[in-house]
Design a protein around this ligand. Sequence first.
Ligand code: CUA
Length: 155
Amino acid sequence: MKAERYEDAFLAVSGAVLVAFLIALFLASRMAGVHVPGRDAEIDPNAIATTPPFDSPGLRETGPGHYEAVIVGRAWTFSPSEIRIPAGSTVTFRATSGDVVHGLVVDGTRVNLMLVPGQVTVQTQRFDEPGEHLIICHEYCGVAHHTMYGKVIVQ
Ligand code: CUA
């Protein structure tokens, strides 16, 4: 069966797009470090209260100007709900959920995490300007979802 010329062209373009996406996937996983969480990011959702570092959620200094914010999301709060850091700090957010799927967005930054029971999600962000950023749950998690928020205060 003979295809029309424009059909050949569409097939060629579709094939080229597929190959381009495969190359992008390869580069993202091999060179940009984009990957799904591995086994090291798993946690027993029923043992959060006894599993470090989630047995004591909060902010700790890991080096000069570097902090780790260990956060547990539960319907309908973040623990801790307020994080205070000096301007110029770099914060690594390490978070999980104690019940259902929650979201964690830090307003005005690129921090955008899913808090999935049994998984630990991590993202690092630098805060240069003093000010306040809302931490918002952006995944519907029940009737009081809209009340689930916190704050990053950069001093
Ligand atoms: Cu937690 Cu919405």
